[in-house]
Design a protein around this ligand. Structure first.
Ligand code: NAD
Length: 290
């Protein structure tokens, strides 16, 4: 069994990105700059945005967090997005989701200038991704593809089962792995909550991407010998430690890992790769290379 070590890979990538940022600055150009919009006081969103800000500083990028109260109207938030679209000092913009119920998330996403949409959620960027055109691929699928590439995991001709069909993970993963590319060239089956006999599909898989958000769902009896397993899930469960919780993936790691050729741990697998992919997209934006 080989560990797909997202923590170590992301650390290596951060060094590479920091070097590129330094080169940009040394050439006299402006420091790459990521802006994040945060609405309300959701604890998890606050944590995510803080870690994105910390990541930016670690690689020498600038970051700005624009905080707005829960009561901001949709029209006001749209205006703020337009302001950042027009701000030449900002390369990338992310709007931390979820937004309060009275705001139409899709409308906000579609207002972001696609050239600054480093989350890759704008339909134009999604369309580019689907058709294999240059784009910002959203952070989690991009991070997984990078991890597979860096570990030279063989994907061509393999049968990949993706569990989950969300727009941010399952659906783009299934698309990227089916493309004529490396990694890619897989035969992909996408499974979801209405799939009948999921176990039978999993047992036919060379590669399983588990992205359903159910702690330790994938057990050893669902995985065949030699499979590659990528665990996207993150579920917080109470624990007797300092923080009072621990993170569990969608895979029952201890029993599945011995059967795998490669597997990602949780934590330390897909999570750090997701974070570094946002930096990668911001660097791309700063270079004008969507
Ligand atoms: P989601 O809730 O939007 O989608 C879950 C998907 O799983 C749905 O398509 C649903 O049909 C499917 N599903 C649910 N129960 C199922 C079952 N019993 N059998 C088969 N399919 C089932 O979730 P999401 O946003 O795609 O996230 C999935 C998980 O990944 C969550 O735990 C989330 O926290 C985690 N996540 C992690 C990262 C990271 O950086 N590591 C990033 C994004 C999401």
């Amino acid at each position: 069994m080989n560990l797909l070590d997202g923590k170590a890979t992301a650390a290596q990538m951060k060094q590479e990105i920091a070097q590129s940022v330094l080169e940009i600055k040394n050439s006299g150009k402006r420091t790459p700059h990521l802006a994040a919009i945060l609405v309300g006081n959701d604890g998890a969103s606050e944590t995510y945005v803080n870690s994105k800000e910390k990541d930016c500083h670690e690689v020498g990028m600038s970051s700005t967090v624009l905080r707005f109260p829960e009561t901001i109207t949709e029209a006001e938030l749209l205006q703020e997005v337009v302001k950042i679209n027009n701000n030449k000092d900002i390369d990338g913009l992310i709007v931390q989701l979820p937004l309060p119920k009275h705001i139409n998330e899709q409308k906000i996403i579609e207002t972001i200038n696609p050239d600054k949409d480093v989350d890759g959620f704008h339909p134009l960027n999604v369309g580019h991704m689907v058709t294999g055109l240059p784009t910002y691929v959203s952070a989690t699928p991009d991070g997984i593809m990078e991890l597979l590439a860096r570990y030279k995991v063989e994907t061509a001709g393999k049968h990949c089962v993706v569990i989950g069909r969300s727009n941010i993970v399952g659906r783009p993963m299934s698309n990227l792995l089916s493309q004529k590319a490396n990694p890619g060239d897989c035969t992909v089956t996408i499974c979801h909550s209405r799939t009948k006999d999921l176990k039978a599909f999993c047992l036919q898989a060379d590669i399983i991407i588990a992205a359903l958000g159910k702690a330790e769902f994938l057990t050893a009896d669902m995985v065949r010998e030699g499979a590659v397993v990528v665990d996207v899930g993150i579920t917080r469960v109470p624990a007797q430690n300092k923080s009072g919780f621990k993170l569990l993936g969608d895979v029952k790691f201890d029993e599945v890992a011995p059967k795998c050729s490669y597997i990602t741990p949780v934590p330390g697998g897909v999570g750090p790769m997701t974070r570094v992919s946002l930096l990668k997209n911001t660097l791309k934006a700063a270079r004008g290379l969507r």
